[in-house]
Design a protein around this ligand. Structure first.
Ligand code: NA7
Length: 531
């Protein structure tokens, strides 16, 4: 039997920092991950074109001034190999590798009330006990594979973007299908189209995609920030997204501009690149009329880029407000549909019926493929929890508690599950913010909480049912103030058949969330039962 103060599950960006931070605090900490190396989602998501859609200057750790000064990103939005290299660099630079067990999956965890500890079972047969269990399993880590009839019968190669092989996939001379047009599809489609002989894109819902204007990160751009990185981070931490928001605090409601000025604001954002257009006005996500102006602007861009009006029409989103599904950031996505070797199929008009040994049958047609790529997304937030036997002292599975949607207090703890913490869990800003900064905040909060418990001679903490109910209601109330619930998005759990429809993240802003969480701690962990 092995005993630790803290076990961290997941060696992605949240888990790496948690391991570092809790070691620095003097805890006996260990991290486990089922993957063969560190990096979390960036270890698995290695499909062609995979890159970050938050600027790398921001999407990186802020906890070490030395680290952030010495690491030099090569591009504005770095590609997956460089992000994975960075994760490995951090692990080695801070000597964390001996504290991480790879290829180790937590199959079961059960709270033992008498001993006040978690008991873990792993695929490697280890019997691990820990006082505090920290789940850094990631909001987007559990792949969603649609239940297409005949999928196993396909005789060609089939890949999921979120579980991409480590050897390069050779698309040369191949007929390829990509199913899904979220970020993973939109990033991979232009790259695959350049390599294969023919690409068929199966789209269920068109997404709003914005040009990244990615390019090399120049010294002129990086050096001024490097010189004041700490002040820069402080400023970023104090906006709602934990990252550079070019118009934060300066934008106005759309109605305060003339129509000409509105178009100029949007044009400027489109040319600048990144997700800025989606939030160009201060009421972009709360006022349908404002959102309609932005939506029409993006649709006009799609129509101006895509030569075939029928294809442009299929690519134009009309069923959800801008940014209520995660806006995509692309390099040459819409232009790809002007290529002779690319075809777009609208599966709402012609649904996928079955996968066949040589391709795919839709309601109206039969396609032959050598390779099928499933860019079909994730079971966000709750997917990893379903995969683990996560039981409280009474033997109740956490998913039984969450039948009507995940329930947390501050996104960090769930009532009935003492000493179990989540990093970027449901009900926290997580994926609506710069996820690395959000994870640092959560890890710090948890670390301070454990230290406080130790200092005061306590060994058990649990969220109260009342505090949890109030937080769940608050998360829903803030979301309802926005346009987010109008979309069938993974934010709403709507991409998974049968998943309860509730808003999974906290829209109230990273800085506000942090202030609330810190105030609860400073009030002696208000809303928690401590023993
Ligand atoms: P997403 O954004 O969830 O995209 C998945 C795509 O797959 C989306 O277009 C789905 O259509 C489509 N999909 C899912 N199931 C099916 C079926 N059964 N038939 C046809 N099409 C289907 O996942 P990504 O991996 O692209 O991106 C996830 C996040 O990673 C992203 O938001 C960034 O934060 C980074 P739908 O829209 O559900 O109709």
């Amino acid at each position: 039997m092995e005993h630790f103060d803290v076990i961290v599950v997941g060696a992605g960006f949240g888990g790496i920092y948690a391991t570092y931070r809790y070691r620095e605090q003097g805890f006996n900490v260990h991290c486990i991950d089922s993957a063969a190396d560190v990096g979390g989602v960036w270890y698995h998501n290695r499909y062609p074109g995979a890159r970050c859609d938050v600027r790398s200057i921001d999407y990186s750790y802020s906890f070490s001034p030395e680290l952030q000064r010495e690491w030099r990103w090569s591009e504005r939005f770095s590609a997956q190999p460089e992000i994975l290299e960075y994760a490995n660099h951090v692990v080695d630079r801070f000597g964390l590798r001996p504290l991480i067990s790879l290829c180790t999956r937590m199959d079961k965890a059960q709270w033992r009330e008498e001993a006040k500890q978690w008991q873990l079972e792993t695929n490697t047969g280890r019997d691990i006990r820990c006082q505090y269990l920290v789940l850094a399993t990631g909001p987007l880590s559990y792949p969603h594979t649609p239940d297409f009839p005949g999928l196993e019968s396909f005789g060609g190669e089939c890949y999921q973007t979120s579980r991409w092989p480590h050897e390069p996939v050779d698309f040369t001379g191949k007929r390829v299908a990509v199913v899904g047009t979220g970020s993973s599809g939109i990033q991979s489609i232009p790259v695959i189209a350049e390599q294969c002989v023919h690409l068929t894109v199966f789209q269920r819902t068109p997404n709003f995609s914005l040009p990244s204007r990615n390019g090399p990160l120049s010294d002129e751009e990086f050096e001024p920030i490097r010189q004041i990185y700490e002040e820069y981070r402080t400023e970023m931490r104090n906006n709602h997204a934990g990252q550079f928001m070019p118009d934060a605090g300066r934008s106005k409601p759309a109605a305060e501009y003339t129509p000409e000025e509105q178009q100029a604001v949007l044009e400027y954002g489109w040319e600048r690149g990144g997700i800025g257009v989606g939030g160009a006005f201060s009421d972009s996500l709360t006022n349908q009329d404002t959102n309609d102006i932005i939506a029409e602007f993006i649709r006009s861009k799609i129509r101006s880029i895509v030569v075939d009006p029928r294809v442009a029409d299929i690519l134009c989103p009309t069923d959800h407000p801008v940014s209520t599904k995660r806006p995509c950031v692309d390099t040459g996505y819409y232009e790809t549909f002007n290529r002779d070797n690319v075809e777009l199929v609208d599966v709402r008009q012609d649904p996928i019926a079955t996968i066949t040994p040589d391709g795919m049958r839709t309601q109206n047609r039969h396609f032959k493929f050598d390779i099928i790529v499933l860019a079909t997304g994730f079971d966000a937030f709750t997917g990893p929890m379903k995969a683990i036997d996560l039981l409280n002292g009474a033997g109740e599975h956490i998913m039984d508690r969450w039948q009507n949607g995940p329930r947390t207090y501050l996104g960090i703890m769930t009532s009935g599950f003492p000493n179990l913490f989540q990093v970027t869990g449901p009900g926290s800003p997580s994926i609506l913010a710069n996820c690395i900064i959000a994870a640092e905040d959560d890890v710090d909060w948890i670390g301070r909480c454990i230290a406080w418990l130790n200092e005061h001679g306590y060994n058990r903490i649990e969220a109260t049912k009342q505090a949890e109910d109030e937080w769940v209601a608050h998360v829903a109330q803030v979301a309802d103030y926005t346009l987010y619930p109008k979309a069938n998005s993974w934010y709403m759990g709507a991409n998974i058949p049968g998943k309860p429809r509730i808003f999974l993240s906290y829209v109230g802003g990273l800085q506000n969330y942090r202030a609330i969480a810190v105030s609860k701690a400073e009030a002696g962990y208000e809303g928690f039962e401590i023993a």
